[in-house]
Ligand binder design. Sequence first.
Ligand code: FAD
Length: 467
Amino acid sequence: MNSSKPERVVVIGGGFSGVLAAVNLARIGRPPPQITVINAQRPTGRGAAYSTRRMEHLLNVAARNMSVFPDLPDHFVNWLRTRAEFDLVPEAELRERFIPRMIYGDYLRSLMLHWLPEAEFINGDACDIEPGGVVLLADGRRIEAGRIVLATGNEAPADLPGTEELHAHPAWVGDPWLAWHDRLPPDTGSILLLGTGLTTVDAIITLRALGWLGRIHAVSRHGWLPHAHFRGIDYPDFPPPGVDLAELGLESLVALMEQHCERLRELGANPAIIVDKMRPHTQRIWRNFTVQERLEFARRHAARWNILRHRIAPDIHAQLASAQLMGQLQVHAANINRVEAAGSQVRVLLDGGAQLTADLVINATGPQTRFSSTRSVLLQNLIRRGLIMPDDMDMGVRVDSDHTVITPDGARSDVLLALGPLLRGSLWETIAVPELRGQAMRVAQTLLDQTPEAATEPAAVMMEYMI
Ligand SMILES: Cc1cc2nc3c(=O)[nH]c(=O)nc-3n(C[C@H](O)[C@H](O)[C@H](O)COP(=O)(O)OP(=O)(O)OC[C@H]3O[C@@H](n4cnc5c(N)ncnc54)[C@H](O)[C@@H]3O)c2cc1C
């Protein structure tokens, strides 16, 4: 790194990943560097997931596993004790609760205000980085940086065939995370959700909370809604003793998992226990897979993996089941071929000649994942400048194991690091807090030239950091 550069760390993206990387810099830096956080669209700290204002949107991970700090596992549960509404909740119950995401956003904001009183927060859209490390904003501002952290998060869903022509159509919602609640048809009308994942679940729960009584359709290739969390049994047989899951390769790994899922079914237990037991190993497994195996996994197993892995609060699941039972919600399994205007409605053409027409159609097909087609002007410019390159899966940015970006000539960037959903192709599991908190710590350690061990502090010292 050029020694005349300022030591300022500029974080682009102020969701969970960017803010926690900055918080950890302030927490473990001796002394911490100067920090700038550039964020657009939403209040800094909350990001797409926690900027919701709707109390019915719950975390899909229990409170006990939502601490932002890997070294302080009870931090979130303890923070919840600062709020009056949890005063009377017994500890054991609080730990298992699925807390409203809006409250989690408050937690992130409180950490940000506590740890980053000296940081500079810029509300703006970063659109390019000049050689020498100057970040350009869309409004012409220029921010000098020593090191830059890319934490730009999830992108809005990709367009579907035909939707480029629908951007101004009143019945089309291209970005499910922007407000659409003021565009509801009357109760005699219908809403079609494209996708059956967590965003669709959010939408259904909100429609019910609003008391909307119309017809809801949801369509995806498999038609699978997420499963509910459950209380598992102790199952010490997986992974089998002496077996390193990361060394098996895809075919043997799938065979082993299927064998144990079957055994769990015979015991009357939920086979998703195997997916949970894989969790500590998934990133190493993914790294050891060949590119061919990764592609094969994405094609053949990812959909099933995702519904078992990204489970929802039992209460939320019960609401979906009730909506289906009462006939308000109908789920369809089909490929979407084309989306087109049909007067004031939108029509969706499905495989096999079927079609669905609705008064409001919401694209909840999940974030766009083909990295080379990114709609982010910043990321397009960085690819064009040769500052970053897509990973082998074309799902995100190529990085080294310490989060340093790898440039197209194979060198480690002396300026750029990346974390969060941008690392999907490199790590696979890189979306939820239990993974992101570790990444945010590792990024801070890399920036501070600390080894992972060196930053671990005695518990007594860490206590003073708690708010
Ligand atoms: C609806 C939803 C619910 C979720 N629920 C949970 C949950 O319950 N539990 C869990 O563990 N995980 C959940 N997740 C996963 C979630 O992705 C992570 O928990 C985490 O919020 C990701 O944070 P991030 O900072 O990486 O990305 P984001 O939250 O997407 O934040 C990125 C930020 O960067 C900004 N940005 C992007 N590009 C630029 C630019 N060029 N210039 C300036 N700013 C820019 C964006 O505007 C955004 O504010 C959920 C995700 C979603 C979408």
